[in-house]
Ligand binder design. Structure first.
Ligand code: PEP
Length: 257
């Protein structure tokens, strides 16, 4: 049984003060969901504020949006796994398409980041997804297989068990054009088949595969109800407490897959 997981990726939004307003409002209005896991991934600069306001035993987990693969050193502007752990993070997003497209993260970098996260006991949320041109050229499955093969290369089953995969078609991110449930289910199924072949059916069945790309309060329920969609990575719609809470409620109302 996979408990649904909803992750809010704040991207480069909210100062630490704005983050505090958001978290206070959210905690005042919403109580713990019994059957969905929830993670927020604020910018690095707001992690400490969010951690403090959530408190040590919060039902909301803390995640970062990126990390460097080295633990320390001469890497100006970068943030490492030990730094994130020290700030209370337990999750980290790796390989987001904005990192790949805008900041040049290559598959080999993504692999190093996954390994660095695991070394620091951070749970990677590994993003994979095809561009529109790749989808139109019927390359979706091979692109995703290549991204997964590189990022998860030679990972033990034990390590894989702490990885979450997020299928995020690039053409759906921030565009208001979400994948149809059918499109998402097809890709999720092929990701699970890839995991079963590379590790085992049990490992594949235990791995949460999220959908991300223009998830909104309006489309969340139909996506989250679908077979094999174990939650959502939410960008724009996680920035307002109401819309984030509605998406969490949609996950909570679906039975674990
Ligand atoms: C994302 O950035 O991971 C994302 C899914 O963004 P949005 O929900 O805004 O499309």
């Amino acid at each position: 049984m996979r408990t649904p997981l909803i992750v809010g990726n704040w991207k480069m939004n909210k100062t630490a003060s704005e983050a505090a307003v958001f978290v206070r409002e959210f905690l005042q209005r919403y109580t713990a969901p019994p059957s969905a896991d929830v993670v927020v991934a604020p910018p690095f600069t707001a992690l400490e504020t969010v951690r403090t306001l959530l408190g040590p035993s919060s039902w909301i987990g803390l995640g970062a949006q990126n990390l460097h693969w080295e633990s320390q050193g001469a890497f100006t502007g970068e943030v490492s796994g030990p730094m994130l752990r020290d700030l209370g993070c337990s999750f980290v997003i790796v390989g987001h398409s904005e990192r790949r497209l805008l900041f040049g993260d290559k598959d080999a970098d993504v692999q190093k980041k996954v390994r660095a996260a695991l070394t620091q006991r951070l749970r990677p949320i590994l993003c994979v997804g095809e561009s529109l041109a790749e989808r139109e050229a019927d390359l979706t499955e091979s692109i995703i297989t290549d991204q997964l093969s590189a990022a998860l290369d030679r990972l033990s089953a034990q390590d894989l068990a702490t990885v979450t995969i997020a299928y995020e078609p690039v053409w759906a991110i921030g565009t208001g054009r979400a994948a149809t449930t059918e499109q998402a289910v097809t890709v999720h199924r092929s990701i699970r088949t890839f995991l079963a072949k590379g590790w085992s059916q049990d490992a594949a069945d235990a791995t949460r595969i999220l959908y991300g790309g223009s998830v909104t309060p309006q489309n969340a329920a139909s996506l989250l109800e679908a077979d094999g969609i174990d939650g959502a990575l939410v960008g724009g719609a996680c920035l307002k407490t109401d819309s984030f809470a509605t998406i969490i409620a949609a996950a909570r109302n679906t039975s674990p897959h």
